[in-house]
Design a protein around this ligand. Sequence first.
Ligand SMILES: [Zn+2]
Length: 78
Amino acid sequence: MNDIEAIRKTIRRLESRSIIPFDEDADEVVGIAIQGLEKQIPKEPIYIGIESEACPVCLNCLKSGQRFCENCGQRLEW
Ligand SMILES: [Zn+2]
């Protein structure tokens, strides 16, 4: 199992509640955990012009080859 498969499996477990944090704010904790894990799954930058790309999540302008968006933390795959 590679990192991405492990992240996807963990997200599925969190969504199905087979992993349940026992706090009164469990729904919020699970939501935040899923958002953070989803950002570790690489996404391709969006082409917005000649030699200009943006983050596919927050549309922050990126420098070529950047591995993570400095604004939202999305992992990038060029
Ligand atoms: Zn971003």
